[in-house]
Every structure is written in C-alpha cells, then in structure tokens.
Design a binder for this molecule. Sequence first.
Ligand SMILES: [Zn+2]
Length: 154
Amino acid sequence: MLICLDQRSHSGCQAHNPDNATRCQQCGRDLRFALKLQDPGTVIGNYRIEQVIGHGGFGAVYEATQRTSTGSKVALKENFESDMIQRFQREFQVLRALKHDNLPRYDAMFEQDGNAYLVMELVVGQNLEEILQRNQHRLWWRRSWPIRCSCAMC
Ligand SMILES: [Zn+2]
C-alpha cells in the first residue's frame, strides 16, 4: 500500500492508497515519492504481515505472525534506509541487552531486499497517542510512571 507521505518533504495527508495509484485518492497529491508499506499477507523472512501498527519517515512497525509451528505474534520494525542498516544493527545490539519489565523483548534482526528488520515482542494495548487523545492531550505523571518497576532507580 502507498501512504500519502512524500519521502522528500515528509508532507501529505497520510491516506492509504493501493500500490498502483498514481495520485492520492484523498487529496490528489502525486504519489511518486509516497511511503510504500507492506500489505497484509506479505511474507518477510519467517514472518507474515498482519497489519500496520505505525509508520514514520524512516520505517514502519507491523504486527506479524511467525511462520513456525507456534505461530507467535511479534512486532516487526522495518527500516527503509539501506544506508542505515549498520546503525540498525547497533540499535539491535543495545536493545537486545536491555532487560526490564517495562521494555519489549528484542529477538532478532535481519535484512531483506535492502531493508532492515527488528523482531520485537508484541505488546498489546493502547499506544501513547490513543491515551493522549482520550485524555485531551494530557498525561498525569503517575500514569506515565512504571507500575511494576524493579530496577535500581525506582
Ligand atoms: Zn493524500
């Protein structure tokens, strides 16, 4: 699918368009430099894309199913910048070493077709944007504080 988000200017209405669209169905913008995301059902490595969780200028995060006997759900973070693969590898090395109840687990990193992918634990629930919208863009500090923190800082 093509997202109306010009990769040069990072502007657009962010409407979802089919892969073969040349102009945005919502605003009419030229889609030559639009953000291209994986469609549900697409297989990447050992994972089948289920849905888009979120996206930005440099990548996207998908809910995906592991193509193994367990069929576990994961979050698959995709980075579009081919020259950023080494940086993505360093990010994975750092994140994989972090163990905390309030952080997702980072399982693997791989490359396919010039894109880098991080395999992360899928955490189900509301995201920060949804929480902020529900609370008139305010967040009480106690709500943002870790509930079950066992680190040395708390
Ligand atoms: Zn548009």
